[in-house]
Write a protein that binds this ligand. Sequence first.
Ligand SMILES: [Zn+2]
Length: 373
Amino acid sequence: MNARRFWVWATLVLMAGVVLALTVTFRRQVRESAKSGPMVGAKIYEYSGSFPALFAAWRETGINTAFVSPALQSNPEFRGLAKKNGIATFIIFPVFFDAEELAKRPDLFGVTDQGVQAEESWVKFVCPTRRDYLAGKIEYLRNLVRDTDPEGISLDFIRFFVFWEMVYPDRTPESLPNTCFDASCLESFAGKTNIRPPAELIGTPEIARWILANHLREWTEWKCGVIADTVKTLADAARKIKPGIKVNIHTVPWRSDDFGGAIRSVAGQDLARLAPLVDYISPMCYHHMVKQTPAWVHSVVEDADRAAKAVLIPSIQVKEAYIPGPESPAEFKAALIEALKPPSRGVIFWNWSSLAESPEKIGAVKAVLESLR
Ligand SMILES: [Zn+2]
């Protein structure tokens, strides 16, 4: 064999080797993703019954991940049984919703474009640029992760103020509250953009109107930056205590163009910007309360997938809330089927106690999960 032939053969053998290696790797990835299956999660805030019975019910239903309150995760019996039963636990961690702290320190309230406190019914929001408040949250998160060793954290109320649970499809973008126009946020906005309202404007409504009319694009970018920076700060703090901890965020169930792009301009949630910072994004697709159909659940996931490269796990509503029901078992099952359609990688039930009280809905979950096997 002359030298030239040798090199041709060597190149061919090398290329065949590379193709073989890629094929083996690809097959293994496909096998592993099939083995891991979808995340099937349940949100649970309070529980006073028997823990062994709870875990038996989860295993029986097909729940493999629990999204729990800090109080529940702090219970050693609960944690021990979660490990023993192979149920991953994520701590639901409310960021800018803190009624207790606001009762003590009303100066922390966010301020709307109307110049009033960011408050509607039980939804009371802290201003998202108060460093002292955030420092307290970071410390609390560090301690929770260190003391209770969860598989993940699930950042909730990680947005600017809006009571989206009562925002229906006929709502106009202008009627949604825009926040936060307190001194702390106006200073942060000016620092980032060099945009300062003219001195002759008097009072928050006038200043807010001027910003929204003349600098909505910069205002929206700044808001999305505040939320992304907060997510990064909290995720970094948790990962520093427990490298490899998973981070999920709860997002408002609005598609990119809904209400004039309010997911960014009102909530400050820019999915493309948030995706690289977290492991999962979980839109709260509670269709029944916002007067939508089960098919809408999938449309929210599809839109999020177009907006961002993220692992999407929609959360769905199990039982009626805010508006008269009922959410029937058939309607719940339809929403579950929609929630599991690709590109979704699972589903999270809001919430476990509503599911546990309905044998028909439990049956629907089992049947739908069985059909995926
Ligand atoms: Zn503020």
